[in-house]
Design a protein around this ligand. Structure first.
Ligand SMILES: Nc1nc2c(c(=O)[nH]1)N[C@H]1C(S)=C(S)[C@@H](COP(=O)(O)OP(=O)(O)OC[C@H]3O[C@@H](n4cnc5c(=O)[nH]c(N)nc54)[C@H](O)[C@@H]3O)O[C@H]1N2
Ligand SMILES: Nc1nc2c(c(=O)[nH]1)N[C@H]1C(S)=C(S)[C@@H](COP(=O)(O)OP(=O)(O)OC[C@H]3O[C@@H](n4cnc5c(=O)[nH]c(N)nc54)[C@H](O)[C@@H]3O)O[C@H]1N2
Ligand SMILES: [Mo]
Length: 798
């Protein structure tokens, strides 16, 4: 599945994140997508009150937006949706699905917007147009014929609060809690760990924290590519003298330096803002050790101060385990001079937390050489980070996928909380946890009931409001849905957006299972591989995008989303729809629901006719969170979701914030005796949105014209007998009686720690065994997989 554009080149990128190259890239994509000027003018209303909320990432939308509140990748996402290209009926009549199976991801989506509802025709192996009402009737018949346990209803993170609310209601009235979602592959580790540690299901940071912070620990998130608007907040903070302490596997350009493409002065002078004041290149999977090192330095420095009587909270006999006692004492003294009281915030720990003694004992017990070995950092680096932390009054913890997509993803997030709790860095201005979310409404979908866990949904309330008995059994999350598809237990897959087949692990086994589904229903904007492979009865239902005018009986509609900082925003699409045949997501869901459920208490037509009625229903279901929802819909800066942890009210079993001590530093697959094994992390390029591949350019990493590469450390390349530029095959080094292989990857020598390597998602997803996930959150370990490389018989043209 390759698509060649230009001859591949790899050379270091000298520019900053942002800057002229970013402006050039925006202009290029508008041109390539044939976006009319009208479309590009749209960008000036992106993320503004009464405008539309960006369909790319979930970053906060400020109350006082910048004149142009969009970034390079937001502009690309807008262009991708408002493109004038069409995958219309004529396109489908010219291609069998067997043929389209051979196409690259990029080439499928590049055909443009879907225009007409389609049903797969077995005789011709083509998608052929169908009337909406016929589609709904047949889907309804098929669903009624199945046991709800056999049906999975997936949600990708873009659907609005309104669409998500009626989708979960439909699923539950139908009788299924099988509601896997993209969050299961993304921040699920946060969704499990944060409630245990601090009693919040989402991050607690808000925008004003960036204005009040002294220091930001920036862990495992690629801001320049994945959430570039957050660079503005970082830049403003840095200009106030805030320190950014970065932990990342790679040296990412967006974490090194930035030129704000929206600042004429910066663009003309080329003035770059250096981003990270300290940059720690940690091995993938090394964060627990790295953060334990930081905590150990803090705890032992505190011990030294107590022992030497300088600390008001004295009296315990604690001797630092560090052999370099003199250095430790000097270090502690340096901290004490900045903060005369203490290294740790003992008052906070005592009043607000449990588990400190156990955690401190574990930190003291870990040996520096062990922490160095696992993290890839030196003890001096971990201590330096600790000193910066202790010298700052308010510290934010910002993190992303490099922390969550791990076998020990939940423990990773626990460690972030542990570090924050040591100095009371939760629930005070300028501190807090900022889990940078991916899709533009992935956080909000959970807030309105998309979840496979019955305990997280207001089932009694739904039952009372709508007079039905919701299923109480635990549904399937993404990994479990994959198991059910592979085993044949799942018979129908309904998809509200997304590209499930490409996003999940174990591609080959999944594709085999997918073909055996009885029913596949895809609600989508663009063609992708999950549509081209299909069940016996298959529908492809095209919907409006968020940027488009959504006209219903009561007039043009607005929808709403929740950002990474738990604020809700209205969004009004104004662009002309890609085709007159498109229906909105709520209209499609209601159509399927009516055909499947028959008579219910839900006024589906009234809801679709006026989304304010759906918002009223959301408010009735969640009266506190969505109080006065319609009145506050377009409040500048959004309206906040109540988060008790921000007020230091801990909604945990203990009623306190909890230090939770990870049982080990690293997951249990041993590579000690396997010197040819490398640890793979999968990455996004600057030219993709998840499985949507805009193009073959990863400007910040200097890679152009190909995505089939493996980034390696120079010493590993030589040690394993390869040369830079050589083409290799990659094989999974987990012994489970399956061979998983991705061929024809070009070695790119890169600044990455020894023993680690990196390659692009989704091309390397065939390597990930489904079982290779975090047992606690079931998040696939996309950032840590043992692999081997061998000389390839393929070339990059194969
Ligand atoms: N343009 C664009 N924007 C996007 C997306 C996109 O694909 N394209 N996707 C959206 C979605 S759904 C999501 S979830 C987010 C994803 O955005 P991110 O959270 O930034 O996720 P990734 O891009 O996968 O990169 C994770 C970063 O973690 C680092 N890393 C990898 N392994 C480790 C490790 O073990 N430890 C540490 N410390 N670092 C590590 C990598 O070097 C990389 O910089 O972005 C959203 N926004
Ligand atoms: N190896 C590896 N795998 C990963 C990851 C990784 O880092 N490494 N990251 C994981 C993460 S964080 C995520 S979130 C998942 C992403 O998994 P998904 O959310 O399933 O995938 P996307 O690529 O975001 O979905 C793209 C498709 O969504 C459809 N779409 C776009 N806009 C709309 C819309 O407005 N409405 C509807 N109905 N459809 C729309 C289009 O048809 C498009 O083709 O992938 C996961 N998989
Ligand atoms: Mo994500």
């Amino acid at each position: 599945m390759t698509s060649k554009t230009i001859t591949p080149t790899v050379k270091p990128y000298e520019g900053p994140a942002g800057g002229w190259d970013s402006a050039k890239s925006v202009a290029g994509v508008l041109f390539k997508e044939h976006v009319p000027l009208k479309g590009s003018r749209l960008l000036s209303t992106q993320n503004k009150p009464e405008g539309y909320m960006c369909v790319s990432c979930a970053w906060a939308k400020p109350a006082q937006p910048h004149p142009l509140e969009f970034c390079e990748n937001g502009a690309k996402a807008t262009a991708w949706e408002t493109t004038s290209r069409r995958a219309d009926s004529a396109f489908f009549s010219g291609h069998t699905l067997g043929e389209l199976e051979q196409w690259a991801d990029h080439d499928l989506e590049e055909k443009g917007r879907l225009t007409h509802p389609m049903r797969w025709d077995a005789a011709s192996d083509k998608y052929v147009p169908v009337a909406w009402s016929d589609a709904f009737q047949e889907i309804g018949r098929e669903l009624r014929a199945l046991d709800p346990h056999q049906v999975d209803l997936y949600t990708s993170g873009r659907a609005s609060l309104e669409a998500s609310y009626i989708y979960q209601l439909f699923a539950r009235m139908y009788g299924s809690n099988n509601m896997p979602d993209s969050s299961n592959m993304c921040h699920e580790s946060s969704s499990v760990a944060l409630p245990e540690s601090i009693g919040a299901s989402v991050g607690t940071a808000i925008l004003s924290d960036f204005e009040n912070t002294d220091c930001i620990f920036y862990i495992a998130q690629n801001v320049g590519t994945s959430s570039p608007r957050l660079l503005h907040d970082l830049q403003d903070a840095i200009n106030r003298g805030v320190k950014i302490v970065t932990f990342n596997l790679l040296r990412e350009r967006g974490l090194e330096r930035f030129v704000n493409p929206q600042s004429p002065v910066q663009m003309l002078t080329g003035k770059e803002t250096p981003i990270s004041s300290e940059y720690y290149q940690v091995k993938n999977g090394g964060d627990i050790a790295a953060l334990f090192g930081v905590c150990k330095a803090l705890i032992e420095a505190d011990d030294v101060l107590k022992a030497s009587g300088q600390n008001p909270v004295a009296g315990r006999d604690a001797t630092p385990k560090d052999p370099d006692n003199a250095a430790m004492i000097a270090f502690a003294a340096s901290m004490a001079s900045a903060d005369k009281k203490h290294v740790l915030d003992h008052d906070f720990i005592k009043e607000h937390t449990t588990g400190f003694e156990e955690f401190a004992a574990a930190a003291r017990a870990h040996q520096w050489n062990e922490l160095e070995h696992v993290s890839g950092l030196t003890r001096a680096e971990m201590k330096k980070a600790a000193a910066t932390y202790a010298n700052s009054n308010a510290v934010m913890m910002v993190y992303g996928m490099g922390l969550t997509q791990h076998l020990m993803g939940v423990e990773n997030v626990h460690m972030v909380c542990n570090l924050a709790l040591l100095r009371g860095n939760i629930g005070k201005p300028g501190a807090n946890i900022c889990a940078v979310r991916g899709h533009s409404n992935v956080q909000g979908q959970r807030t309105v009931g998309i979840t496979e866990k019955p305990g997280l949904a207001p089932l009694d309330k739904l039952s009372e409001l709508y007079d039905f008995e919701p299923p109480r059994w635990t549904g399937r999350s993404t990994v479990e849905t994959c198991e059910a598809i592979m085993s044949g237990q799942s018979r129908a897959f309904v998809s509200l957006g997304g590209n499930f087949l490409r996003a999940v692990p174990d591609t080959a086994a999944m594709e085999a299972g997918w073909r055996k589904l009885r029913l596949s229903v895809q609600i989508a904007t663009k063609l992708n591989r999950s549509h081209v492979l299909h069940g016996e009865v298959a529908y492809l239902l095209p919907c409006l995008g968020r940027i488009e005018l959504d006209q219903q009986t009561s007039g043009p509609q607005a929808v709403s989303v929740e950002s990474s900082i738990a604020h809700f925003h209205g969004s009004r699409g104004k662009a002309k729809p890609a085709s007159p045949e498109l229906l909105s997501e709520p209209a499609i869901i209601a159509g399927i629901a009516k055909a499947t459920l028959g008579q219910t208490k839900i006024p589906w037509d009234a809801w679709v006719g006026n989304y304010a009625e759906i918002r009223n229903a959301i408010e009735r279901t969640y009266p506190e969170t969505f109080k006065d929802f319609n009145e506050r819909l377009f409040k500048p800066g959004g309206f906040a979701r109540p988060l008790p942890a921000r007020e230091r009210k801990w909604v945990t079993k203990t009623g306190k914030a909890n230090f939770i001590t990870p049982g080990k530093l690293f997951p249990d697959f041993s590579t000690a005796d396997r010197s040819d094994v490398l640890h793979l992390a999968t990455l996004r390029s600057n030219d993709q949105f998840n499985t949507t591949i805009y193009g073959y350019s990863d400007r910040f990493r200097g890679v152009e014209g190909t995505r089939r590469i493996v980034f390696m450390n120079g010493e590993d390349i030589a040690r394993l007998g390869f040369v830079d530029g050589e083409i290799v095959d990659m094989t999974t080094a987990i012994d489970d009686n399956s061979v998983r292989n991705v061929g024809g990857l070009r070695i790119v020598q890169y600044n990455i720690p020894k023993g680690c390597c990196a390659a692009y998602y989704p091309e390397t997803n065939p390597l990930f065994p489904l079982a290779h996930h975090d047992p606690k959150s079931k998040t696939p370990s996309y950032k840590l997989l043992p692999v081997r490389l061998s000389r390839s018989t393929l070339t990059q043209d194969d």
